[in-house]
Design a protein around this ligand. Structure first.
Ligand code: NAG
Length: 288
């Protein structure tokens, strides 16, 4: 929310100190200095980076074109990649996955996101022998999740289901059994997963998860759950995890914004504002 308020504050400041719309045509005015125009109606050096590429007029006015063209081409109408590093027995991961992540992200923005779950977290890999933060049980569940992620076409509801059961005290096998039943998982898929989870294939997938976690760039994770957007791992941006819908609506670059971006924040407070263009007709006034 702080982040949102800051963005709104910037929006307010930049629109109130200068009107982009009423500025004279940019061709008439002076030359560029290091991309940024001297005589812009706004102070281009103070434009928050999150605004650089979202408005064509602004992009041109401030000379952000080069970067923004590349970004726009690469991301236009592409799903946003959201990677989550987690471990199965970390209470905060369980809470995040079964609640906020599932309800507010997976169900509401799933069509716009390419999910990548990496069940490894703070485990350590000593020469191929994995040690998990919450012990052997956690290693077994992480491995199970790796297999689910590999063999199930739509694995997230199943993983969330397992986490919810385990959070409630179920054993791994009981949790899985219940979730196979809940989602009517085909027996041959369940067999593949169980075979994987009991053997070397699952170990290999866990090695992949270890590698994936270790390769995060530029920042290594310091805790879990940990998020990456479009494969970029930034420690100072982890606070976005507590307001993922806002981050998703900010980062997703499509012709059409996800429907659920409208009315964001309505759980706490809603600002409907006043729509421009409707004026009370004097004749209509005070009739009734
Ligand atoms: C993500 O980044 C890692 C390096 O951090 C790289 O090895 C991997 O190929 C990238 N994956 C995708 C899907 O871009």
């Amino acid at each position: 929310m702080l982040w949102l308020s800051l963005s709104l504050l910037f929006l307010f400041v930049s629109t109130s100190t200068a009107s982009i719309e009423s500025a004279p045509s940019s061709e008439i005015r002076g030359s560029r200095t290091n991309y940024i125009k001297e005589s812009s109606p706004i102070d281009c050096a103070k434009v928050p980076p999150t605004f650089w590429c979202v408005n064509e007029k602004l992009t041109k006015e401030c000379g952000f074109d080069k970067l923004c063209d590349g970004y726009s081409k690469a991301t236009k109408n592409q799903k946003l990649q959201l990677t989550i590093f987690y471990e199965s027995l970390c209470p905060d991961c369980q809470e995040f996955m079964t609640n906020d992540f599932y309800r507010n992200v997976y169900l509401k923005f799933g069509d716009f996101i390419k999910f990548e779950l990496v069940p490894y977290g703070n485990a350590k890999n000593d020469d191929g022998k994995i040690k998990c933060q919450h012990g052997e049980k956690e290693c077994a569940i992480n491995k199970y999740h790796s297999c689910v992620l590999h063999y199930m076409p739509e694995p997230i509801p199943f993983i969330v289901c397992m986490e919810a059961r385990i959070q409630d005290g179920s054993t791994m096998d009981k949790a899985a059994e219940k979730c196979y039943y809940t989602f009517h998982v085909q027996p041959h898929v369940a067999d593949q997963i169980i075979h994987c989870a009991n053997g070397d294939i699952g170990d290999k997938f866990q090695q992949d998860a270890a590698k994936r976690t270790a390769e995060a760039f530029p920042d290594q994770h310091t805790h879990v759950p940990w998020i990456l957007f479009n494969n970029v791992s930034i420690e100072s941006q982890q606070f976005l995890i507590s307001d993922l819908p806002v981050a998703i609506c900010e980062f997703y670059n499509g012709d059409r914004q996800p429907g659920n971006c409208k009315g964001l924040g309505s759980s706490s407070r809603t600002l409907n504002g006043c729509t421009k263009g409707y004026f009370l007709d004097e004749e209509d006034d005070f009739e009734a």
